[in-house]
Design a protein around this ligand. Structure first.
Ligand code: SF4
Length: 911
């Protein structure tokens, strides 16, 4: 690190890209092993996220501003009295995969060693727990046996249930580069939805929803039938193969039966099975399509079974690779900040509890698992949990059945919320609010999906009274220790001291079958911690399970028999997920205009056949419900013919400020995978129907009172906002209140009525446009960017007329330079050239972070093909006119009964 730059890590996804903070810029860290300098659109927009205008700045109790002293006193006393009156299980913490390792460590120590309860969870339960449970079932420990370097060493990569071009963009570019460097590399995508990722694959298996277990059981049967299992490995390093083998003898695991059940072409299925069987190396990366299911653990174990049976694990370029969603979800798993683990990969056996309590010198120790997230909220509803401390997450939006979660939070006796953003919906239910330091303001360690430990570093000061989470937890911890009359286990001078203690605790694993320990770092100095360079554990460069020895008591991995679930495909089902440019509930990314312009309003996608069947029209509003008793989620309808069957897709991001009531989790139920406790966000049965809206509206301008709406969303632009809304009742001009001092122009147009608000710019004597409102009985299709450009401009008729008659729906391709499909198609039409280079030179699209390149190429490829076909047709026509067409020659040769060779054609031409 030079004096002029500082290195840190991206706070968004589990790829864990390194970032370099330069004097005037934030760029990718070329030396970081996760990204080698690459960033995606979200990473590239980080400088805008740091300047977020909507920060929490001061602690409050019941809405009144207080000092940190008062706030932490209040929390410690509420915890103490709950413990004294109702027992330790009446206190709970709910954290986030965004926290740093040091935050996790002190929170886990507080709950399990001083409160004496395991009721501590992170939102990792909602995204990773199926993989965690499958690892523990198969390996005896939650260890990911693969890291990113394996991508360059494999010849086959299978992506299951992951749209990585959108959700892990930098990782996908690494896959793309590995593929370009190896002509034998095969990319297979398994997904019930055709996505931008599946379109890049050598093979896409568009299987039925929840078909993964059957697919991978079929692969194992195919390997067995073809004698392609690694018998030596199975014998030496595993247990339970015989049981799995016996179950697989059923006819339903034969190739033809699987093809029919999964609705996949027999040839494609065999191709996948043959490729896996004959490839010397293979990685199976799996994402939320596997994890977020009621059978998520079984799906992951079905994948792991295939790697164990083929011996494709513990070797370079081989293994099952669970993708993490959040930047430090893995760090939380390592610390053990989950109700089902004690600490550092240890469970609640007497040996582990004794070792941890001895190390912590704590007055108590939790000796049994606590409640998993969904059960924890049920326990709050039942009045068993009285104090809930939520840090860095927004359960009022991110939990399934989010309406019920809101009711539960409302009823909880004491809700404490630590957050950076005033936009978190959960704040509405908080008794105590703590302002937290955010990315760039706090220091700590994170672990990415590939076990790489990297530093997040502070390069700016926290605003107002915001403090790092570890600090507030330690303040409360110290005060609780005083009330409990025990020694203070939370006197840490800095983050490095916490990390040292944490690394020291992991030493209990050194003499055990557990692979995870960082004990070498127990003596790390402040200076070494400060200058830490990213490194993957194990630090001795040993690959986990390379010796064929696993973390089970006998050292053998377990085959786990998993039976495919019965699935009803004759119903509408919701596949919810991330959109390309947004993060979680938009509290950090929603206010960044270039990230807000990809998906501009809550949208439900369906294929054309479904649209017809449901009498839905693109652009109009539909309502989605869990059942006829649940509240509707309103969303704009759009076509996506990549969605197979009765599948719907909606993004997860729409929270109150940006998406009104269009939070998809209101329609998703709370049933979970029994083992992992993970909800089925990816395959939930729903009902959908059209809603007759009396009015659709679009308002562009400065914030103003708008009538309350059934459907409403907000998009942030640089100097104004865009509100889209729809009402079941018809709106009239009287529903819009005027603001003092503004003048109004009213227009009646064929398709809508408009109100244009203007204000006098006194020094210049000009009337400037402050707002544009259009209301119609049909969706407003005006080009909002033209409208945005008019705000603040002097009133003039021509541009207003142009805006009112504009009808462009744009799709943002390049977020960095805000280049839309409209710009790209326009440039191509103008030059009649389809060259990526030309487009990059003229429009700059894809030249900054480059994460839109795949979409850019997908957009221009069909046009390029069409142009080439057109040019070829013109060439042939010219040749026919000249009388020397190959087709004429071909006809000539066909008459003599054989197809002409190139040589025949050349000879004939030269005659
Ligand atoms: S892929 Fe994007 S969001 Fe994920 S860590 Fe890298 S820059 Fe951040």
């Amino acid at each position: 690190m030079s004096k002029d730059s500082m290195k840190t890590t991206c706070p968004y996804c589990g790829v864990g890209c390194g970032i370099e903070i330069k004097r005037t810029d934030i760029v990718g860290d070329e030396s970081h092993p996760a990204n080698a300098g690459l960033l995606c659109t979200k990473g590239a927009a980080l400088s805008e996220c740091v300047k977020s205008p909507r920060r929490l700045l001061v602690p409050t109790i019941q809405g009144t501003e207080v000092s940190w002293e008062q706030a932490t006193d209040e929390i410690a006393e509420r915890m103490f009295s709950a413990i004294a009156q109702y027992g330790p299980e009446s206190v709970a913490m709910y954290l986030s995969g965004q926290l740093l390792t040091e935050d996790y460590y002190v929170a886990n120590k507080l709950m399990k060693g001083f409160v004496g309860s395991s009721n501590i969870e992170t939102n990792t339960r909602l995204c990773m727990m199926s993989a965690v449970s499958a690892h523990i079932r198969a390996f005896g420990e939650d260890v990911v046996p693969v890291n990113y370097d394996d991508i360059e060493q494999t010849e086959m990569l299978i992506l299951v249930g992951a749209n990585s071009v959108w959700t892990h963009p930098v990782l996908y570019r690494r896959i793309e580069a590995a593929r370009a460097n190896n002509p034998n590399f095969k990319l297979v995508v398994i997904d019930p939805r055709e996505t931008v990722t599946s379109r890049q694959a050598d093979l896409h298996l568009c299987i039925e929803s929840e078909g993964d277990v059957l697919l991978f059981n079929g692969l194992l049967r195919y390997m067995i039938d073809n004698r392609a299992v690694d018998s030596k490995y199975i014998k030496q390093s595993t247990d339970g193969f015989g049981d799995v083998w016996r179950h697989l003898q059923e006819v339903k695991y034969q190739l033809h039966a699987i093809g029919a059940n999964l609705n996949v072409e027999w040839d494609d299925l065999r191709k996948f099975y043959d490729w896996f069987m004959t490839s010397l190396t293979a990685i199976t990366m799996f994402g939320q399509g596997v994890n977020q299911s009621q059978t998520g653990v079984d799906k992951a174990n079905a994948i792991i079974n295939c790697h164990l049976a083929s011996g494709k694990i513990g070797k370079p370029g081989c293994g099952p690779f669970s993708l993490t969603g959040q930047p430090n979800a893995m760090g939380g798993r390592e610390v053990g900040v989950l109700s089902t683990q004690l600490a550092v990969h240890r469970g609640f056996d007497p040996q582990s509890t004794r070792a941890v309590q001895d190390y912590w010198q704590s007055p108590v120790i939790a000796n049994k698992p606590g409640l998993k997230t969904i059960d924890m909220f049920d326990a709050i509803e039942a009045g068993q949990i009285k104090v809930l401390w939520i840090i860095g997450t927004n359960p009022a939006i991110s939990m399934p059945d989010s309406d019920k979660v809101r009711q539960i939070l409302r009823r909880c006796s004491c809700v404490i919320v630590s957050d950076i953003s005033a936009d978190s919906d959960t704040l509405e239910y908080a008794d105590v609010v703590l302002p937290a330091a955010g990315w760039g303001e706090k220091r700590g360690m994170v672990t990415n999906a590939g076990r790489i430990l990297s530093r997040q570093r502070a390069f700016t000061s926290a605003p107002g009274m915001a403090k790092p989470d570890w600090w507030s937890i330690c303040q409360v911890g110290g005060k609780l220790c005083e009330l409990l009359a025990t020694h203070n286990g939370f006197e840490f001078p800095n983050e490095a001291a916490i990390f040292r203690e944490y690394a020291g605790l992991t030493a209990i694993n050194e003499t055990s079958p557990y692979q995870f320990h960082l004990s070498r770092l127990a003596g790390i100095t402040d200076q070494q911690y400060s200058t830490w360079q990213p490194r993957a554990w194990p630090f001795d460069s040993k690959r986990p399970f390379a010796d064929g020895v696993f973390s089970t008591p006998d050292g053998r991995a377990r085959f786990v028999w998993v039976s495919p679930p019965e699935v009803n495909n004759d119903q509408w089902w919701m596949n919810s997920g991330r959109h390309r440019d947004q993060w979680h509930t938009m509290t950090r990314t929603g206010s960044i205009p270039r990230l807000a312009s990809n998906e501009v309003e809550p949208t439900v996608y369906l294929n054309s056949a479904s649209l017809k069947r449901l009498y839905l029209t693109p652009g109009y509003i539909a309502q989605i419900r869990r059942d006829k008793y649940s509240a509707p989620v309103y969303a704009r309808v759009a076509v996506d013919d990549g969605l197979r069957g009765q599948q719907l897709f909606m993004s997860i991001h729409w929270a109150n400020r940006y998406g009104g009531k269009s939070n998809v989790n209101r329609a998703i139920g709370c049933e979970v995978d029994d083992l992992s406790g993970q909800p089925a966000f990816k395959s939930w049965p729903v009902e959908i129907e059209a809603v007759e809206m009396g009015s659709y509206g679009l308002y562009i301008g400065h914030e103003r009172p708008l009538p309350s709406s059934d459907y409403r969303c907000f998009q942030q632009e640089h100097h104004c906002g865009i509100w889209r809304f729809a009402n079941i009742k018809q709106l009239t001009q009287d529903d819009f209140r005027l603001i003092r001092g503004e003048k109004i122009l009213r227009w009646e147009l064929d398709e809508c009525w408009m109100m244009i608000t203007v204000k006098r710019d006194e020094p210049l004597g000009l009337m400037r446009i402050t707002g544009l409102l259009a209301v119609s009985d049909a969706p407003i299709e005006m080009d909002y960017l033209q409208g945005v450009a008019l705000i603040g401009q002097p009133l003039a008729l021509d541009p207003l007329m142009a805006f009112s008659s504009s009808k462009v729906r744009r799709r943002l391709i390049c977020a960095c330079y805000r280049v839309t499909d409209h710009h790209i198609l326009g440039a191509i039409a103008e030059s009649n050239q389809v060259s990526l280079n030309d487009l990059q030179q003229n429009l700059k699209c894809g030249t900054n972070c480059g994460s839109c390149l795949v979409e850019l190429k997908s957009l221009i490829q069909p046009i390029e093909d069409e142009l080439l076909a057109q040019q070829e047709a013109e060439r042939v026509e010219e040749e026919i006119l000249r009388g020397d067409s190959d087709d004429d020659l071909i006809e000539e040769f066909v008459t003599i009964g054989r197809e002409p060779s190139d040589e025949d054609i050349n000879q004939s031409k030269s005659q």
